[in-house]
Design a protein around this ligand. Structure first.
Ligand SMILES: *Cc1c(COP(=O)(O)O)cnc(C)c1O
Length: 391
């Protein structure tokens, strides 16, 4: 049989993001047993570094086996019991997923429906909590990948904790790309994924669980309704006893470990600043190309840009040409924005000005070939990048 061969793409969609050579080589290191002290030392260091990116001192901070959605499942099924009132903010596709998953666990889901492209204000939250005093959990997405909105969480924990409820935050497209400040924000549980801003392949879901959430788990009336995602059992492997629960995805942990090493070497503040700076340059470039951003600047997510597809331009054909002729992947819209927008990721190793130049150049050429020429965005991109670097 011929060896597996994979085309080399520039991944500028909303995940997976590009993975460095260094991380790929880390994955190719020799396999260790999941009980080997050499492997457990790697797990320990990953836990420590994840605490830094999450902005927390929570001892129970680790990568769940599975993609970002596995982190969501574990969070919900350990926190929710049948009949619990769970308030879910639905301002995009990933908020809808949270609601769907909570419903399947027998929760009484109260939705706060927010139009695509907008945020949920703390006033709206407070008002909803007032109408549902039995609330046990509030779930919200910090960085809505489907809309490109950054949800502010100032004041949320106070409002939620006042009611005796817990705050669960999806930080999948935020972690590693911008501060999530779990402790400072009073977040009780946050989960993420490795293939967005952490710059590792998909396969692990970093999670952090605070003391209030641990108390809730200890006082559950019934066991969590999943064997594999039983947080209480898995924490035995992470703790002193090192009890076997399931085999850790060893090579994936190597990848995450090396991706985190790279983040620590560059320094977290610098990594966040790079995402911000490249994002601002991209926005300026897109606007110079007469392309309209979907989200007002104040709530715009630096890690995913959502841009309106010009009238008369064929969404799929443009993306297909970018992929086939330029080896660049971007994504289309989801839900009500399907066919209406493009989504461009500014994540991890993708968050580089050279990649954005490559993309805007290619997009300009494709739009020209499609009969919808636009001005070049390159000068605006570079100017804004320089200016942002001087701040
Ligand atoms: C990508 C994403 C997820 C799902 O993660 P998977 O790794 O695809 O399971 C969840 N929430 C948000 C906000 C995401 O962007």
């Amino acid at each position: 049989m011929p060896r597996l061969e994979v085309p080399e793409r520039l991944l500028l969609g909303p995940g997976p993001s590009p993975v460095s050579e260094r991380v790929r080589q880390a994955m190719a290191q020799p396999l260790l047993g999941h009980m080997d002290p050499a492997f457990l030392a790697i797990v320990d260091r990953v836990q420590e570094q994840l605490r830094l990116v999450f902005g927390t001192t929570n001892p129970l901070t680790f990568p769940v086996s599975g993609t970002g959605s596995a982190g969501m499942e574990m969070s919900l099924l350990t926190l929710v019991e049948p009949g619990d009132v769970v308030v879910v903010v639905q301002q995009g596709v990933f908020g809808q997923r949270l609601a769907d998953a909570a419903q399947r666990l027998g929760a009484e889901v109260v939705s706060i429906s927010i139009p695509f492209g907008e945020i949920c204000t703390v006033e709206t939250l407070t008002e909803t909590l007032h109408r549902h005093p039995r609330v046990r959990l509030v779930a919200v997405v910090k960085a809505e990948t489907s809309t490109g909105v950054l949800q502010p969480l100032e004041g949320w924990a106070e409002a939620v904790h006042e009611r005796g409820a817990l705050l669960l935050v999806d930080t999948v497209t935020a972690l590693g790309g911008l501060p999530v400040d779990v402790d400072a924000m009073g977040v009780d549980v946050a989960f993420s994924g490795t293939q967005k801003c952490l710059a590792a392949p998909p396969g692990l879901a970093p999670i952090t669980v605070g003391e209030r959430a641990l108390e809730r788990i200890r006082s559950r009336e019934r066991q969590a309704p999943s064997w594999y995602f039983d947080l209480a059992a898995i924490s035995q492997y992470l703790g002193q006893s090192r009890a076997y629960h399931h085999t850790a995805p060893v090579s994936m942990v190597y990848a995450l470990a090396e991706a985190l090493n790279m983040i620590m070497e560059e320094e977290l503040d610098q990594v966040w600043a790079r995402h911000r700076r490249v994002a601002e340059a991209l926005w300026a470039g897109l606007e110079a190309m007469d392309l309209e951003m979907m989200v007002p600047r104040a709530h715009r997510l630096p890690t995913v840009a959502t841009v309106r597809i010009p009238d008369g331009v064929d969404d799929k054909r443009v993306r297909q040409q970018l992929l086939e002729d330029y080896q660049i992947e971007i994504a289309g819209g989801l839900g009500p924005w399907a066919g209406k927008i493009w989504r461009i990721g500014v994540m991890g190793q993708g968050a580089k000005i050279s990649h954005m130049m490559t993309l805007l150049n290619a997009l300009g050429e494709v739009l020209h070939a499609e009969g919808s020429p636009v001005p070049s965005g390159l000068t605006a991109l570079e100017k804004t990048y320089q200016k942002a670097g001087q701040r």
